[in-house]
Write a protein that binds this ligand. Structure first.
Ligand SMILES: Cc1cc2nc3c(=O)[nH]c(=O)nc-3n(C[C@H](O)[C@H](O)[C@H](O)COP(=O)(O)OP(=O)(O)OC[C@H]3O[C@@H](n4cnc5c(N)ncnc54)[C@H](O)[C@@H]3O)c2cc1C
Ligand code: FES
Ligand code: FES
Length: 468
């Protein structure tokens, strides 16, 4: 078993013999003293700690921004890490030059993170539009400059590569099967069979998707991960598939990858995913992790339940499939057994006559947690509702369907009276909690109102309030 994490740091081969659960931010600022990467919130929210992570993709290297404060050193083994110092090779990187020329920085604390996010955007998109620029910046907080000069600088950059290793170099830097140092062991199975064997042999080891949930505890509470099984390199769980009727996503597919594949089929789901954390969070966080965390306010489950998604659970004893709503048993309790993993999620393709919308209600448009998330899916034939699925997050201890509300729509012409009955059934179905995000009364009222919003949207009466 290796005792060293191996990766590329700013283009050069690097080894680090540290606990694999040390945060990348902690390591960068201590060992190589690359202090351009800042610590702000230490929980994935502010973007001051942003770095670029590179992986081979076909004949090039694909880079995305990530929050190094919630990223463990083990997670960069076999990958390329680029910090703000690594962007400047002789001349300033075009993003750095545009930021400097445009006066886009005042105190400068946020600036390295913003440069990283915009460099990631410039590498993937030659002429980003304002939506893409705003999306790239949604995870970067600037409290003194204001975003106008930053956005203006971003508009001036027309594509720029990230300095880093050639794609061929990754063949000699593959993720290692296991790393152990300082009492922390980090397994990186490459196949589902290897993963399931590890899961059986080590039922207490932590299953790690992208670590955007688990990493917050790592950073905030200095949690120790003594034994981790990372899912990031399990081939079957990184796959996206398609059959005649379904799209399927391996559990370790990131939200950014789900977005790219699902946007054409489910535009409203895509709008929701764009509001899921930030680019940094979506590039690491996985669809399986969002289900595995079983949060009552997770955004994926309500949408997926309303779409009729199934989840596949796998262990050495075989596979089982269930409707996603049946996976959640009670607050943070799920069907998952100690030797099982969530292997994949499969979503039915849109049917003729189907209308789907999902709404996230939160205090802030970007980078915020839902107060209520509501998803509605109906199928109509000759104007009559044949089937309906309605699911909510933030209204109960688990993401939940509102079956009586669905029944209030089925068989109707989807008119005002039916929608009123549906809204009343929603109010009767839930007893939500009051917390600082919203009172129980507020949640009930919003949830019921969203039935009307859905009706008006589908009837063509309303437009997206913010077309971001
Ligand atoms: C700043 C910030 C913003 C966020 N914004 C949002 C948001 O807008 N909406 C939202 O819903 N969430 C949000 N999250 C939460 C988080 O990003 C998501 O829940 C994400 O999908 C988690 O995926 P992950 O792979 O990072 O999970 P991890 O942190 O790796 O794991 C989460 C849990 O799931 C388990 N798990 C992971 N994969 C599997 C598997 N395949 N099988 C079984 N168990 C598994 C892990 O053991 C762990 O218990 C945010 C988090 C942060 C830090
Ligand atoms: S320090 Fe704020 S996102 Fe990492
Ligand atoms: S320049 Fe001060 S926080 Fe952005």
């Amino acid at each position: 078993m290796s005792q060293t994490i191996k990766f590329f740091l700013n283009g050069q081969k690097q080894q680090a013999s540290v606990r694999p659960d040390m945060t990348v931010l902690g390591w960068l600022r201590s060992a190589p003293r690359l202090t351009g990467t800042k610590e702000g919130c230490a929980e994935g929210d502010c973007g001051a700690c942003s770095v670029l992570i590179g992986d081979p993709a076909g004949d090039s290297v694909h880079y995305h921004a990530a929050n190094s404060c919630i990223l463990a050193m083990g997670q960069i083994d076999g990958r390329a890490l680029v910090t703000v110092e690594g962007l400047k090779t002789g001349d300033l990187h075009p993003v750095q030059a545009a930021m400097a020329e445009n006066g886009s920085s005042q105190c400068g604390f946020c600036t390295p993170g913003i440069v990283i996010s915009l460099a990631g955007l410039a590498a993937s998109t030659a002429h980003p539009d304002d939506h893409e620029i705003h999306d790239a910046l949604a995870g970067n907080l600037c409290r003194c400059t204001g975003y106008r000069p930053i956005v203006e600088a971003a508009r001036k950059v027309t594509g720029a590569a990230i300095p880093g290793p050639e794609v061929t170099a990754f063949a000699r830097m593959e993720p290692q099967k296991a790393i152990t140092a300082g009492g922390s062991t980090f397994h990186q199975p490459q196949t589902l069979a290897e993963l399931l064997q590890l899961r059986k042999d080590r039922p207490d080891a932590l299953l790690l998707g992208g670590g955007t949930d688990l990493g917050v505890a790592l950073a905030d509470y200095h949690a120790d991960w003594d034994e981790v099984i990372s899912l990031a390199h399990v081939r079957e769980m990184r796959a996206i598939g398609e059959t005649g009727n379904h799209l399927s996503f391996g559990a370790a597919v990131t939200w950014e990858e789900v977005l790219a594949r699902a946007a054409g089929s489910y535009p409203s789901f895509a709008t929701l995913i764009r509001r899921f954390g930030s680019t940094q969070i979506r590039s690491m966080g996985t669809i399986g992790g969002n289900i595995g965390t079983a949060s009552p306010i997770g955004d994926g489950p309500p949408a997926l339940i309303a779409l009729g998604a199934d989840v596949e659970l796998a262990s050495l004893n075989g596979r089982r499939f269930m409707a996603l709503e049946d996976f959640f048993l009670d607050y943070r309790k799920t069907e998952l057994r100690a030797d099982e993993v969530i292997a994949s999620v499969s979503i039915p393709k849109p049917k003729p006559g189907q209308d789907f919308r999902v709404y996230k209600i939160s205090k802030r448009y970007d980078q915020d947690i839902s107060t209520v998330c509501a998803a509605f899916c109906i199928t109509r034939e000759d104007g009559q509702v044949r089937s309906a699925r309605i699911a909510f997050g933030g209204m109960a201890a688990t993401p939940r369907r509102a079956q009586a509300a669905e029944q209030a729509l089925v068989g109707t012409q989807f008119d005002a009276k039916a929608v009123e009955a549906c809204a009343a059934a929603i109010t009767a179905a839930f007893k939500p909690l009051s917390d600082w995000r919203g009172s129980a009364d507020y949640r009930l009222q919003v949830a019921a109102n969203l039935a009307e919003r859905f009706w008006r949207d589908v009837s063509g009466e309303t437009v997206e309030v913010m077309a971001l």
